[in-house]
Write a protein of this length. Structure first.
Ligand code: ZN
Length: 326
């Protein structure tokens, strides 16, 4: 399929990449090289794979791991300016998701407004919980202090992409002795699915019903699990009473992308649960391969109409992009 739009596509600046610069792992060094590169190889890969347009975002954990709130606000502004200059050089190929300092939600709201209104960004990407004060203290996005940010996102009409990160060090006991299960292997999924459920059960979407959250990786297992989650929640363990069944929030307040999860059974299951209107193609470049993601998606056994929706049309509508000429 030509004209695809992808939206979990990461970049990094040397400043944010410092922790991985000296890694001996050759694969990670290659990922890092590709994270820095936005001018040639990435665009050639998009051309080759029928990806017309990519929404770029700062690599994880981005601003979220900055323990000093004042520094977090400053760094978010400078990296958003840097992303704006990349987009300005390739306005027909790239747009941006803002990096926001949730350490200071009011400042994050102001920066989101600036990025959307002045820089033409399409929303924000937040990498899980936000460290405040030290590496062991994390705050989640459903906490009351974040309400000004959500209010702004809803009023601007832009989505927020909830991206994974590893759990807080003090909450990683279950992975002790099993470092192989950290990150994208499994820990990201648990952390992000739980975070998304916190957003739902906090009542955030009753308060802001037009809010849209984007989840990558085919919904972090939630489409597969939502029946059991909803069923058990309805038996009541002190959970908040919500306006709608939990599955309705998953279908009405979330968009789910194919980023980094090129599984046909997972694609079909997700379509059955949330519907093709709430799904979006993505790669998760350069952590996942553009060639693999595009080839899989182009050949997946779904109708041409659904492929068009997931590959492009839903993103056009969500981001207010001009329709493809073809
Ligand atoms: Zn990613």
């Amino acid at each position: 399929m030509n004209g695809k739009i992808a939206l979990e596509e990461h970049f990094i600046t040397p400043e944010f990449g410092q922790p991985i610069v000296n890694l001996s792992d050759t694969r990670l060094r290659e990922v890092y090289r590709r994270l820095l590169e936005v001018e040639e190889e990435r665009l050639e890969g998009m051309d080759k794979n029928g990806i017309d347009f990519a929404v770029l975002s700062l690599n994880m954990p981005g601003i979220q791991s900055e323990t000093n709130p004042r520094v977090a606000v400053e760094r978010s502004i400078s990296v958003n300016n840097e992303l704006a200059s990349i987009v300005a050089r390739h306005p027909n190929r790239y747009a941006g998701f803002a990096a926001v300092a949730m350490q200071e939600p009011s400042a994050a709201a102001a920066e989101l407004s600036r990025c959307v209104s002045d820089l033409g960004f399409k929303g924000a990407m937040v990498h899980g919980y936000t460290n405040v004060g030290n590496a062991e203290t994390g705050e989640y996005l459903d906490e009351p202090k974040c309400l000004p940010f959500w209010e702004r996102a809803e009023s601007l009409g832009v989505p927020v992409y909830l991206h994974p990160r590893n759990p807080l060090p003090g909450q990683a006991r279950i992975y002790n002795g099993h470092p192989e299960l950290m990150a994208a292997v499994w820990a990201f999924t648990v952390e992000t699915a739980t975070h998304a459920l916190r957003l739902i059960t906090s009542g955030l979407f009753d308060r802001f019903p037009r809010l849209n959250i984007i989840l990558g990786h085919m919904g972090e297992t939630l489409p597969f699990s939502i029946w059991r989650i909803e069923n058990a929640y309805s038996m009541g363990r002190g959970g908040k009473e919500l306006n709608k069944p939990l599955s309705a929030y998953l279908s009405e307040n979330f968009f789910i992308t194919t980023a980094g999860n090129f599984s046909t059974p997972a694609l079909l299951a997700t379509m059955l649960v949330v519907g093709a209107d709430r799904m979006l193609f993505s790669v998760d470049y350069p952590w996942a391969s553009m060639d693999d993601g595009a080839k899989w998606f182009d050949e997946a056994p779904i109708s041409a109409a659904d492929r068009r929706k997931i590959g492009r049309v839903n993103a056009e509508r969500l981001f207010g992009l001009p329709e493809a000429s073809e």
